[in-house]
Design a protein around this ligand. Structure first.
Ligand code: SAH
Length: 365
């Protein structure tokens, strides 16, 4: 940001807002997460939060097998790129590519990652990978097999709030020694789809322009280069209202406005909007399935049994990890898997009509 570089982000935001007025929630979230991810490894039990690939190797293995299956059915093109958005510690990529290799798929590895700290950890597992700051520099010469797990939720959202005077952007303003949300001055009605404009006062609608542009670019590349992808995240399958902005620190939910840059800020992903954007960009939308149904469809139970048979002492741990990934009250319903493919590519496993559940089921409470 332009306002001084010293001190905590909180102090910088306070100086900025005092000097120029309230900032948008999107500005706040974008800078907070850039600061948060730049210098730390937030994953795992010792960090702030844990993700599916860190819970069990089964998650990455099954996603890798899904990609390998798509690749085989598409005729097993000789050159192909594995692209992962926000690979974290590289755990998902390790598990996915180990499983894919057993199925004959050995792609070139392309990582989109902005965090220097996480790039360093990824480099240890994948010394031969190529890193990108965003999707624009990804190679264009071969099909892409893409995975993004808990990537879109970290991208900044814009919030619009209905006031007595119409729709306004939701801003972050100063309070005595903290921050408080307040409606902005500028009319924003044009940013709200007409069907939603009549919502009651106080209604909050979120959009994520960054996620939309990422999915647009993925779709355009699938259309131009061929390939397929899986986008996994927590979110809702049908449009909803209300703020989903949340902050997690040391495995506990905290106030998103307490310490910007020191907690992971996320918002739920609007999967219906993502499917629309993907199709407008030229990709085939294969479906959006609850994570539990998707992993069961790919055979997570059989995989858990095989792992437990090979390591009986860990059977209980393996069973518990599977439960965490698929049980409806854990990650099984709130998390969704969206499948995308190039127009000429085949359909994908796990998105049959019986597991697709695209019509607003499994929404977060
Ligand atoms: N996919 C991993 C990590 C999820 S955390 C897992 O499932 O464990 C979010 C990841 O996205 C981190 O690697 C983070 O550094 C990266 N990231 C966050 N915002 C980003 C951005 N704007 N551009 C690129 N990478 C980003």
């Amino acid at each position: 940001m332009s306002e001084g570089t010293g001190g905590t982000l909180k102090a910088q935001f306070r100086r900025l807002i005092a000097a120029t007025g309230p900032i948008g929630v999107m500005h706040y979230m974008g800078e907070a997460n850039a600061r948060y991810y730049a210098a730390r490894d937030p994953l795992g039990t010792a960090g702030d939060f844990i993700t599916a690939p860190e819970i069990s190797q089964m998650f990455g293995e099954l996603l890798g097998l899904w990609l390998a299956d798509m690749w085989h059915r598409a005729g097993a093109p000789a050159r192909v790129h594995y692209v992962e958005l926000g690979p974290g510690r590289g755990t998902l990529a390790s598990d996915a590519l180990r499983a894919a290799a057993k199925a004959g798929l050995n792609p070139e590895v392309q990582f989109v990652e902005t965090s220097d700290a996480l790039r360093e950890i990824q480099r240890q597992a994948f010394p031969g990978a190529t890193w990108h700051h965003d999707l624009s520099t990804l190679p264009t010469d071969a099909p892409i097999l893409l995975i993004a797990n808990e990537f879109l939720d970290a991208l900044p959202i814009r919030q619009l709030v209905k006031t007595s005077g119409g729709w306004r952007e939701r801003m972050v303003a100063l309070e005595e020694d903290g921050f408080v949300c307040a409606a902005g001055q500028k009319p924003m009605d044009a940013a709200i789809p007409e069907a939603r404009r009549d919502a009651p006062e106080g209604t909050i609608v979120e959009t994520c322009p960054g996620a939309a542009s990422v999915i647009r670019e993925v779709a355009e590349r699938l259309a131009a280069q061929g390939g397929a992808g899986l986008i996994v995240d927590y979110g809702y399958a049908a449009p909803q209202t209300g703020s989903t902005l949340q902050a997690v620190r040391a495995h506990r939910k905290v106030d998103p406005f307490a310490d910007p840059g020191e907690a992971d800020l996320t918002a739920h992903v609007d999967f219906a909007a993502m499917a629309d954007v993907a199709q407008a960009g030229g990709a085939r939308w294969l479906g959006t399935a609850p994570q539990g149904a998707f992993l069961r469809g790919l055979g997570i139970e059989a995989r858990a049994q095989a792992l437990a048979a090979a390591a009986p002492a860990q059977a209980a741990e393996i069973g518990a990890a599977m439960e965490r990934l698929v049980a409806p009250e854990q990650m099984g319903e709130l998390f969704k898997v969206m499948g995308l493919a190039a127009p000429g590519w085949p359909g994908g496993a796990g998105f049959a009509a019986d597991v697709a559940g695209q019509s607003g089921e499994g929404e977060p409470g």
